[in-house]
Design a protein around this ligand. Structure first.
Ligand code: NAP
Length: 260
């Protein structure tokens, strides 16, 4: 029997966070590190990774950055191997790196469709497979957290034209359920977080045009802030979440719970 504090403690655990250089990934890296996990964060831009490492180290967090383009299939296996080598094993995998594209459906470029689906869906499959097969399954333990979106729970009105993005995030949600069903027998939980609107580089343009509207539509009348994902990611990553798998938790100020 654990105390409640112990249930949420990640001391001695290791975590790999993709897209950990900024935005939601960096927020979750802070949370996992503060709870005691040793981290590898990744993204493409080395300068942003260096800044994130300096920031996390200042908080007393044990972290290493590995630059990798997860849009490139051939990069994923060596990246997974390097992360396992550095950490010894990976207890927690946060599949957070993602991309979006705005375009009317009738003009949506195929190239952009492929880019979004490739990073948001295919790379999550490949990285989960590599980490699962070579670290989590052999150790019969793992926590996988996929960052979906409320855009994966419903379509948009005509203002938000992100057909590939919504399609990819819906795929992430059923990927989560299906992998949870297969890997539960190995002691691996697989859950998803569906964030609502959070200010970040990705959402900047969108929030400039419809930020006020998003706030009005949210039952809690607010956007997500720089700590709102922390509780959900720690729940799914810790012993506290050991009986939860295949689930998607919207962290969205209530946006997805109302019709209008
Ligand atoms: N912000 C929101 O309102 C919101 C809402 C719902 C869901 N989400 C989801 O949350 C996740 C994080 O989004 P965010 O808002 O924090 O966006 P962000 O600030 O643009 O961060 C995206 C992260 O992913 C990395 N990345 C992008 N392409 C990559 C690639 N090909 N290979 C490796 N890393 C790559 C970026 O670094 P580099 O560019 O250096 O590679 C960055 O670290 C995404 O999955 C997004 O769909 C966000």
């Amino acid at each position: 029997m654990h105390t409640t504090k112990q249930l949420f403690d990640l001391s001695g655990r290791t975590a790999l966070i993709t897209g950990g250089s900024r935005g939601l990934g960096l927020q979750m890296a802070e949370a996992l590190g503060e709870q005691g996990a040793k981290l590898v964060i990744s993204s493409r831009k080395q300068n942003e990774l260096d800044e994130a490492v300096a920031h996390l180290e200042k908080m007393g967090i044990d972290v290493v950055a590995m630059a990798s383009d997860l849009g490139k299939e051939t990069a994923i296996k060596p990246f997974a191997e390097a992360a396992i080598k550095h950490l010894g094993h990976v207890d927690i995998l946060i599949n957070n790196a993602g991309a979006t594209w705005g375009s009317p459906a009738e003009d949506h470029p195929l190239e952009a469709w492929d880019k979004v689906m490739n990073l948001n869906v295919r790379s999550i499959f490949l990285l989960s497979q590599a980490i699962g097969k070579h670290s989590m399954i052999p150790r019969q333990y793992g926590r996988i957290v996929n960052i979906a979106s409320i855009a994966g729970l419903a379509g948009n009105g005509a203002n938000m034209q992100t057909l590939a993005y919504n399609t990819s995030k819906a795929a992430v949600i059923n990927f989560t359920r299906t992998l949870a069903g297969e890997w539960g027998r190995y002691g691996i939980t697989v859950n998803a977080i569906a964030p609502g609107f959070f200010p970040s580089k990705m959402s900047r343009g969108l929030l400039e045009t419809m930020g006020e509207d998003a706030i009005k539509r949210a039952p809690l009348r607010r956007l997500g802030d720089d700590e709102d994902l922390k509780g959900a990611v720690i729940l799914f990553s810790s012993t506290a979440g050991k009986h939860i798998t295949g689930q998607t938790l919207a962290v969205d100020g209530g946006v997805s719970s109302v019709l209008i």
